[in-house]
Design a protein around this ligand. Structure first.
Ligand SMILES: [Fe+2]
Length: 445
């Protein structure tokens, strides 16, 4: 962990105000996502892949209670009796509906009671002297946790059948992006971070990585691009698929991205209960790693490694340093990226010229999580913080890394260094991808 030098009273107050703001923003979103449906929809399971929404809600409160009320605050438990019910490691998602969960009213009362105590803890906590509170880390971790569950709840909404209940304005318009690909020259860059105060253990520490020259797409693969693969019968030709990917494709019987359907000779997709024509210029979403990998092979390319993705996103050749975000060090605004559920869909390609990286790669942050070819693993010098269940227990080749966040990811849980992971078959998440390839000899000059 980085240590924050002694904070002045004014800096402490500024930090407290920032914490209160991000916690409040997370709670407004949790409230909006759970108030949008009735009690029946809150307590039922919309997919075996997901928890009932009411489980997510009380689990958010329980984690907040464990870390901020009990640990940081040293206060008495609010509801110690429910710890086991809301421990994600004790009950698989599929089993959660059968648990004696708090009902909607009880869950709402519980999270409110916890939050009231947390705001009081925040008023009194000393935000330095102990790694967990240094720079308000535990508060930042809990705000990220709530926002991550909000993204999960948004994915549950996408799986829910019935009339649409969510609404948001459309994203900005796309534009023609002049270069389809850029060459990233060979050389070292700084991957990960040792200075970002709320970065999680798996993003640490900063370390030098040599990356060979590679070529990467300037935009994510669109629905239109992907449709060409579908129409070329890419789902019926094992040559594009890895053996594992093909076996899964056969066994699951998938023939298109999730939520796509062929209707009267044309393709439509369903998005939060709305059926609409396929938006050809929008990044494809709800594809698995296997589908992304097969498309890339068909296109004569491959998925980027995690290091390639991060170098394309953060490396500034002019200064030789890595930025916090593709556009620079400032926090994301509405001009930079499609984040925070501001829009309920990925934005068309070219919609965020202000979000481009120094190398000219666009929409790396926001829109869709991007599959990389890398397994989830700890960086050299990795140290568990604050507990092994955050990341370390997931370091395994069975998990693939996704980068960049989606339209459903809040800025607090999205950075140039942020790492997400999932099983390569998953596609209920807001996952898409972009392609990369090795340069041709003449491109290296
Ligand atoms: Fe959780």
């Amino acid at each position: 962990m980085t240590t924050t030098p002694d904070l002045t009273t004014m800096e402490q107050e500024k930090l407290r105000a920032h914490v209160a703001e991000v916690l409040t923003r997370a709670r407004s979103r949790s409230t909006a996502l759970t108030d949008a449906v009735d009690d029946h929809d809150l307590t039922r399971q919309h997919s075996r892949l997901m928890s009932p929404l009411v489980w997510d809600l009380a689990h958010i409160g329980n984690q907040e209670e464990l870390w901020l009320v009990r640990d940081v605050g040293g206060r008495d438990p609010v509801r110690q009796d429910i710890d086991e019910l809301y421990d994600a490691f004790k009950h698989a998602r599929v089993d959660r509906p059968a648990l004696p969960l708090l009902g909607p009213a009880e869950a709402r009362g519980y999270v409110t009671e916890v939050r009231d105590k947390v705001l009081d803890v925040l008023d009194h906590a000393v935000l330095e002297g102990r790694p967990l509170v240094e720079g308000a880390f535990a508060f930042g971790m809990i705000a990220q946790h709530e926002q991550q569950h909000d993204e999960t709840m948004l994915a549950t909404h996408q799986l829910r059948a019935g009339a649409p209940v969510l609404d948001a304005p459309p994203p900005p318009r796309g534009r023609w992006v002049p270069a389809a690909e850029v060459l990233v020259p060979a050389g070292p860059f700084t991957m990960g971070t040792s200075t970002e105060p709320w970065a999680l253990d798996n993003e640490r520490p900063a370390h030098q990585v040599h990356v060979d020259a590679f070529v990467i797409d300037t935009t994510p693969v669109t629905c239109g691009d992907y449709l060409a693969f579908v129409e070329a019968r890419g789902y019926h030709d094992p040559q594009w698929w890895s053996p594992t990917g093909w076996a899964h494709r056969q066994q699951a019987g998938i023939t298109a991205p999730r939520f796509w359907e062929r209707e009267d000779g044309r393709w439509v997709r369903t998005r939060f209960g709305v059926r609409e024509p396929l938006p050809l210029d929008e990044p494809v979403v709800h594809v698995s790693f296997h589908e992304a990998e097969a498309y890339a092979a068909w296109a004569g390319k491959r998925l980027p490694t995690e290091a390639e993705w991060e170098k394309a996103a953060r490396f500034d050749p002019a200064s030789g340093r890595s930025r916090r975000y593709p556009w620079g060090d400032e926090d994301p605004t509405a001009e930079h990226a499609n984040l925070g559920q501001r829009h309920l869909r990925p934005a068309p390609v070219g919609a965020y010229p202000a979000g481009a990286s120094p190398l000219g790669v666009e929409q790396l942050i926001g829109d869709v999580w991007e599959w990389t070819s890398s397994d989830f693993a700890g960086y050299p010098g990795f140290a568990v913080f604050p507990y092994p269940e955050y990341s370390q227990v997931f370091f395994a080749p069975k998990f693939k890394v996704l980068r960049g966040g989606s339209f459903g990811t809040d800025p607090v849980a999205c950075r140039g260094t942020f790492r997400n992971w999932d099983y390569p078959i998953r596609r209920q998440i807001f996952s898409g991808f972009r392609c990369a390839r090795d340069p041709r000899p003449e491109e290296l000059g």
